[in-house]
Design a protein around this ligand. Sequence first.
Ligand SMILES: Cc1ncc(COP(=O)(O)O)c(C=O)c1O
Length: 374
Amino acid sequence: MIDATPSVFDASLSRSGESGIDSFVDRHAPDVAYTYYGAGKVALRDGLAGLVEPGENVLVPAYLSPAVVEPFHELGLESRFYAIESTLAPDFDDLERRLDDDTVAIVSVNYFGFPQPGLERIASLADEYDCYHVDDNAHAPLSVDEGTLLGTVGDLGITTLRKLLPVPDGAVLYCADDEVREAFDPSPLAGPADRVGAADCRYVATSVAETVLGASPSLHRSVEAFLADGADDPASVDPEARFEAGKAPMSRFSKAVADAAEPDAIRAARRENFRTWRRVLGDRDDVTPLYERLPDGISPYEFPVRADEPAGFQSELADCGVVGAHSWPILRESVHGNEAYETANRLSEEVVTLPVHQGIEPSAIEAVGDRLEH
Ligand SMILES: Cc1ncc(COP(=O)(O)O)c(C=O)c1O
């Protein structure tokens, strides 16, 4: 069986050597100040709080999970969705049409661990219109693009450790620009928690349960749903509630796992699994990988494909033991079904993402490939 998320018991955690997220960030972005948070959304809010005024607006891509704009709304900002191309680059005509004197920031998103196409042009537009460039790197904590750690490309950025490691929470705010660093006034939610809390105990307990129950797919799924806080259940996706739920400092447990993680080994394992899915699915005419190339330094979040029959493909995968292949994302209400965002809507229906995390052995993916063929 291929699980949706890595387990705390994975071998890619160590207590010695060049380990830990801190040392990885220090090595790849030595001049960037960073702060831990429980959630990327709260990190975004704190990072922008000292830079913006209510009534200003932020441009964000339409292809986005619905809760990501909540921190902007809490700061009194309007979120304006810009259309995207099928390459996931911004539709720059659309983006520029939505820019005005009150635009305070443009957000780019490094989808699935890869730099968003058009990143340089976004940065130069932000310069030209004198607004901040926010590098939303939730998906790619370990991706280094041509020597630059993703998340540190803009004036400020975030990355989400929960999407990389077997942890219940965890995110990083990067303040790359001096002005951003000076304006940054951390709220009480910044930094790791100073005490062991409920999230730590709950997560460890469910991780143990997950291991004990590993042999039973149905039980396993229910543990997973619990861990994910119902992330895949459309009924539970109330954006405001999701934002509120993230308002806690990073748990002690998550910080301990982040300190013990072996980033290079994790990235290598994810890359290997990405390549294995590409090989295994290479002969199918009904699924097309979103990314043909896996450039050096990129740590994929998942292996995304466009499927002709997304629901059928997902149930085929489930029958072959792949837990957690899913479509992405559920779109914000104002985007969903809106003709102005045709490509974002099409992708949110067609894209199916397959897990590549470090807890998966490439041989398990190959075995799925054999079963899919029969
Ligand atoms: C693109 C993107 N940005 C930001 C976030 C928010 O991250 P967090 O869940 O850590 O608040 C997510 C999470 O789903 C995301 O997919």
